[in-house]
Structure formats: structure tokens, C-alpha cells
Design a protein around this ligand. Structure first.
Ligand SMILES: [Fe+2]
Ligand SMILES: [Fe+2]
Length: 372
């Protein structure tokens, strides 16, 4: 009996989504291959969700990156370069942005007091709770966070002193930082950025960074969570002072299929990593946090520390695995050696992805309720 040759399977909608997402990724190392395979497996398992919800399904198909020319400035090395991009662009634009600093929100003093108490070896959980209690919204937010799936404690934690005792003073100060900044920008009208999309991505990167830090047994996983949560905060800050430039950068990024930060440097004279880190320093938040934000796209720079590599990988993984949650058009280049620097086995990837799936919705809800 003659057999009819089977046609090759149609690429699924979800497979197309992954293919589009990875169109600009030039590297094909084992990490990239493993993430892409995982992306396809996950997309195939949830085809309806992906077909309905992906940002890219509502946009024109992505063009692969254009061959770089001297005039486009879109070479891979250019995309990996750091804030020198900003210097190469019109520096007058950056100065003008800084003059709009007045438009940026200020940080509530309660947060700086929390850091002071956390750093004082003589202080107690009660001292910490006394500071937190002056901001009932913050106290409620912290309790929601410690009782959420993010921590997964078996018993309910009802008081701030108990929360301090369970997770530690510095960790609570870090968590408060994330919550307070999310609250500040949750209230900022940002018509150029979909806040829902922005925060889902940011919270996902925070959870992934914390997961990586815990698996690597690094100190202060909360510090990594907050660095991940705030890594793109410069995008909201730029929206506050120069929404029209952010709109121009987004349009240019899509039109030329170039990384968003490159388009930001060209449209505003500074990218979101540099602008976000400047904002955190203006707020006197820890230098290590500002540095992680500054280098989250350049973790191999000499002055970058471990957090930047962890956040860079977390950011890239989130973009690869949750393409529906990202405003950027194409998956940007992964810094060479970033995964190797993190140093986890590839076999950990599926369970790392499950960690973010398990607590993303609950963590997002705990943080966002605080903005109300
Ligand atoms: Fe970024
Ligand atoms: Fe990001």
C-alpha cells in the first residue's frame, strides 16, 4: 500500500512567535539554544494564550536587524556598548533632560530612615516597625509581600516586627524600596508606556534575579529582586520628563528594528539604564543598586558587579520566555559570557522558569495594591 507523504508540520502560531522573538539573536551558544527550545516548548503548551496575548501578534512582523552600516550605527558592538552611546549622541539633549529634574518625584523620607535603622547594628525589629508604621500603606504592602507566594511561608505573618524577624532588617528595607518606587511610578501617568506591561516585566525580572541569586547562594536575594524590579525604572523616569522623546525612540526602535536603548540614546541623548541609575543616586539609594541598574545591559564592563550579570540574564530570560510582556520589539543581544558568569547549569532553566510562573501574579498584585 502506498503511503501518502506527510507534509511538514505547519509552524504553530506560538512557534512563529518564538521565531520572531529570536530573529535578531546572532549567538547560537548552548544557553541561547536551550532558552529558545524552552520558549518553544512553553509556547506550544499554551498556544491559545500566546496567540491571543502576544504583543507581537498585534504588531507587524519583525524584520531581522538590518545589516549595520556606518550611518545606522546598529552594529552588535554598538548595541553592547554602554552609556558611551549617550555621549556619542547629542549631549545637549541629556543636559536638557537633567534640567527637568524638577519633574521627577521625590522619595519619601521614610525609606531613607529605614536604611538608617537597617544599617544600625543596635537597632531592633521594633525600631524598624516604628518607622514603617508611619506609612500605613507601606506597612500593608510589606505584609502582603511577605505573605504572598513570593516567600511561600507556611504560616501567616501578621505584624511588621514579625516580618522583620523572619526576613531580616536589610531585606525588609530593600523590599520597601521596591514597593515605594513602584508606588511612586504607579501613580505617574505614563501614556507612552503600558504600565501593566511594564510592571509585569519588571516584577518578573525581579523574581528571576532573586531566584538566580538564591540558587547561587548569593547574599541578600532581596537586593537582587529590587535591582531586577527597578532595572528599567529609567524608562518611566524618561517618560516623566520627555514623553515625546520616548515616543520617538519607541517608534524608531520598531521602524529600524534596533534595540530600544540605542533609539533612546539617539532620541534623548541618554538611555534608560543611565537615566534610571542617576535617579536612584539622586534619591540616595544604595550605590550597588544604582550600579546594577546602570550596567544591566553591560554586565561585562569592568566596573559592573555580580548583580548586573544576574539582572542582565534575568531580563533576557524574561523577554525570551514571556514575549507577551515586553514593550521592546526584538530580543536584544545577550552579553557574551553573561550566563557563564552567572554559572548555573542549563538543566536548571525549566525550574527557574517555573519559579517566575508560580509567583508572578501574586507578587505583582501585592506590589500594585500598594499603589492604590
Ligand atoms: Fe533595560
Ligand atoms: Fe527590561
Amino acid at each position: 500500500m502506498m503511503r501518502t507523504a506527510q507534509p511538514p508540520p505547519e509552524p504553530s502560531r506560538s512557534g512563529e512567535t518564538c521565531a520572531r522573538r529570536f530573529a535578531g539573536v546572532e549567538r547560537n551558544d548552548p544557553f541561547t539554544q536551550a532558552v529558545r527550545a524552552l520558549c518553544e516548548r512553553r509556547a506550544a503548551a499554551k498556544p491559545a494564550t500566546n496567540a491571543m496575548n502576544t504583543e507581537s501578534s498585534r504588531r507587524p512582523a519583525a524584520r531581522p536587524p538590518q545589516p549595520s552600516t556606518p550611518s545606522s550605527g546598529a552594529s552588535p558592538s554598538a548595541t553592547r556598548s554602554g552609556p558611551s552611546d549617550a555621549r556619542a549622541a547629542d549631549a545637549a539633549d541629556a543636559v536638557e533632560l537633567l534640567q527637568h529634574e524638577i519633574k521627577l518625584p521625590s522619595l519619601p523620607s521614610v525609606l531613607l530612615e529605614l536604611y538608617e535603622v537597617a544599617e544600625d547594628p543596635r537597632s531592633s525589629a521594633t525600631d524598624m516597625a516604628a518607622v514603617v508604621s508611619r506609612d500605613p500603606g507601606l506597612a500593608a504592602l510589606l505584609l502582603r509581600m511577605v505573605n504572598s507566594a513570593f516567600y511561600g511561608f507556611p504560616r501567616r505573618i501578621d505584624t511588621v516586627p514579625r516580618a522583620v524577624a523572619v526576613i531580616g532588617q536589610r531585606q525588609l528595607a530593600m523590599l520597601a524600596t521596591g514597593g515605594v518606587v513602584a508606588r511612586i511610578f504607579g501613580e505617574t501617568p505614563a501614556e507612552t508606556i503600558r504600565l501593566e506591561t511594564f510592571w509585569r516585566h519588571s516584577v518578573g525580572v525581579g523574581i528571576l534575579a532573586r531566584t538566580l541569586a538564591r540558587r547561587l547562594r548569593l547574599n541578600d536575594p532581596e537586593r537582587h529582586f529590587v535591582a531586577g524590579l527597578l532595572h528599567d525604572i529609567g524608562r518611566l523616569a524618561l517618560c516623566s520628563v520627555a514623553p515625546e522623546r520616548v515616543r520617538a525612540a519607541l517608534a524608531e526602535s520598531r521602524r529600524r528594528a534596533i534595540p530600544l536603548r540605542q533609539a533612546e540614546s539617539q532620541a534623548a541623548g541618554i538611555d534608560h539604564a543611565a537615566f534610571g541609575s542617576m535617579l536612584l543616586r539622586k534619591w540616595n539609594l544604595p550605590f550597588s543598586l544604582a550600579l546594577a541598574v546602570l550596567r544591566h545591559h553591560d554586565p561585562t564592563r569592568e566596573d559592573a558587579r555580580e548583580e548586573a550579570a544576574v539582572v542582565h540574564v534575568a531580563d533576557w530570560l524574561m523577554k525570551a520566555l514571556h514575549p507577551a510582556l515586553e514593550d521592546e520589539f526584538l530580543l536584544p543581544p545577550l552579553a557574551e559570557g553573561a550566563w557563564e558568569r552567572v554559572g548555573l547549569p542549563l538543566s536548571d532553566l525549566p525550574s527557574i522558569a517555573e519559579d517566575v510562573d508560580a509567583s508572578l501574579a501574586a507578587t505583582l498584585s501585592a506590589l500594585r495594591s500598594g499603589a492604590a
